[in-house]
Write a protein that binds this ligand. Structure first.
Ligand code: TNX
Length: 525
């Protein structure tokens, strides 16, 4: 019922042109300067500009019925503040022909789950996709085709002109992620939601939350309540920390879902577990709870692999987490378990991935887990700084898939230059050009691009304490990584990309997003 035959879409577009051309002429006294299609990040698979222009008029309506309705509401919501227009969303099928902006579900297998087609004429903007997720990604493109002032949250003069033309787009990789470490420093629900909105603009579809580490446990677990109330009571530097109640976590998950972003919760183990070990003495091999930890060392903690209570604990925690998480994945960490023997580590990973499977989810782990025998479904996340790794190669031979986050290219907590006031440099410095200059499909030796699910930009927060810090480290680099994940390999070219990236500067300024104004990028004014 939500799909509309192609010929109706075309007819509706033609009629709309007549319907709103007069209105847009009235509303656009100034000669509009439209944004070139070549400035969209990530670059669309194909884009052809025409000489016509469309101008959004104050009385315009957005047609979006059936499955398209919620994306229509979202689009209206992001366009209202700067335009000051009412932009009612027309959810009836009959009236489509008179609405200048139309969001339509129309079957086209070539577009896949997240692809879309955007056609802009003098009188209409028609966005079609197979699925609502495709409409949502198309809306992000549409926003970038409007002047940068569209991103302000107060009314701006306009005119709201879009260059005519046609874009057909779909992603290269299905997985395009960001990770936020809420364990080293805790970030509240509003900060996470703001970050979700900012990453969604670049068609990032996954947010991995690093919920537990030595310094803090950040999610209420009803069966083991002290994890949050005691284990979450501090953070790096000794601050008050904090945790999400289950209701707050669900709120984050639902907010992300409304932006077509899947939340992947991580419980890091068997190392990086001091907060849990401090909360429950029985989880320690010696039965003694260590003190809470507020420093930044890694590799000193481990769950007790030989104790039965460890697996009762994990079954309870993963069970609650699985019930709260509609997405298919649970991240089990597995990195830097330097205090766990190799034999114990392998035993532990084998058991934990099975517990995750028992709760109906797929396990993801940092690539260290490829030392262990993996279930066919388990996914590795590569974080090291060299492209060749023997156990990764061996796991890949058996069919394991990987998400790529090489620390020297994709870690958002690495400094840009020696002068960057935040972040670390153990994996090197990552300037804007470095973040862009690699191909995720070809990076890992012995791993076919068909076994690469995509990319993720992790933001570890030992040195990051507020939203402005998150933004400064993520932008521009996360937008660059998002392009490597979305755009076809043939379109990757730093010299053209840096000009497109430059066009994002005024948008971040309009939104109030803090970013690193790299001297390598010719930022637009
Ligand atoms: C390594 S690489 C870590 C984190 C730190 C990060 C800091 C990996 C999976 N773990 O525990 O926060 O470096 O850059």
């Amino acid at each position: 019922m939500s799909t509309i035959p192609r010929r109706l879409v075309v007819a509706a577009a033609a009629l709309t042109m007549l319907g709103s051309a007069a209105a847009s002429a009235e509303a656009a006294p100034v000669k509009p300067k439209a944004v070139p299609y070549a400035s969209v990040v990530p670059a669309p698979a194909s884009a052809t500009q025409a000489s016509s222009t469309f101008t959004l008029a104050s009385g315009a309506r957005i047609a979006a019925s059936g499955q398209a309705a919620s994306v229509g509401d979202y689009l209206a919501g992001v366009l209202r503040p700067a335009t000051g227009f009412a932009l009612p969303v027309d959810k009836s099928f009959v009236a489509h022909a008179v609405d200048p902006i139309q969001l339509l579900i129309a079957p086209d297998a070539s577009l896949g789950d997240e692809g879309y087609q955007l056609t802009v004429n003098a009188g209409s903007v028609v966005l079609t996709a197979n699925k609502p997720a495709g409409l949502f990604e198309g809306v992000q493109t549409l926003r970038q085709l409007l002047p940068a002032s569209i991103d302000a949250n107060t009314t701006q003069p306009g005119p709201w002109t879009i260059q005519g033309g046609k874009i057909t787009d779909h992603p290269r990789f299905a997985y395009r992620g960001a990770m936020l470490d809420v364990a080293r420093h805790f970030f509240g629900v509003d900060t996470v939601k703001t970050y979700i909105d900012e990453i969604a603009r670049y068609k990032v579809n996954t947010l991995h939350l690093h919920l537990t580490d030595d310094q803090g446990w950040r999610l209420q677990i009803n069966s083991w309540p002290k994890l949050a109330t005691y284990g979450g009571s501090t953070e790096v530097g000794g601050g008050a920390g904090g945790y999400y109640t289950q209701a707050q976590y669900k709120d984050i998950v639902a907010y992300a879902a409304s932006r077509y972003i899947t939340i992947i919760p991580e419980v890091d183990m068997p190392g990086h577990t001091n907060a849990a070990l401090a909360s429950y003495a029985e989880l320690n091999c010696n039965g003694v709870a260590p003190p809470l930890y507020t420093g930044t060392d890694v590799g000193f903690s481990t769950l007790c692999v030989g104790k039965d209570v460890t697996y009762k604990f994990l079954d309870d925690v993963i069970g609650e987490l699985a019930a709260l998480t509609p997405g298919p994945y649970i991240h089990i960490g597995g990195d830097e378990s330097k205090s766990t023997s190799d034999a114990d580590y392998k035993t532990f990973v084998a058991k934990v991935q099975q517990i995750v499977a028992n709760h109906g989810k797929t396990a993801i782990g940092w690539h260290d887990i490829s030392k262990a025998a993996l279930l066919p479904s388990t996914i590795g996340q590569y974080w090291d700084t060299t492209p060749t790794n023997a156990s990764v190669q061996a796991a890949a031979k058996k069919g394991t898939h990987f998400i790529l986050s090489p620390a020297n290219l994709a870690y958002l907590d690495m400094k840009y230059t020696e002068q960057t006031p935040l972040g670390q440099d153990w994996a090197g410095l990552i300037e804007a050009k470095d973040a862009y200059s690699w191909d995720p499909g070809k990076y890992l030796t012995g791993v076919n691009s068909s076994q690469v699910n995509g990319v993720e930009g992790p933001l570890w927060t030992e040195t990051i304490v507020r939203l402005a810090d998150i933004q400064y480290m993520a932008f521009p680099r996360l937008a660059e990584l998002a392009e490597l994940g979305w755009s076809q390999a043939a379109s990757h070219d730093w010299n053209t990309f840096k000009t497109r990236l430059a066009a994002q500067g005024p948008r971040w300024k309009a939104q109030g997003v803090n970013f690193y104004a790299s001297p390598q990028v010719p930022w637009a004014k």
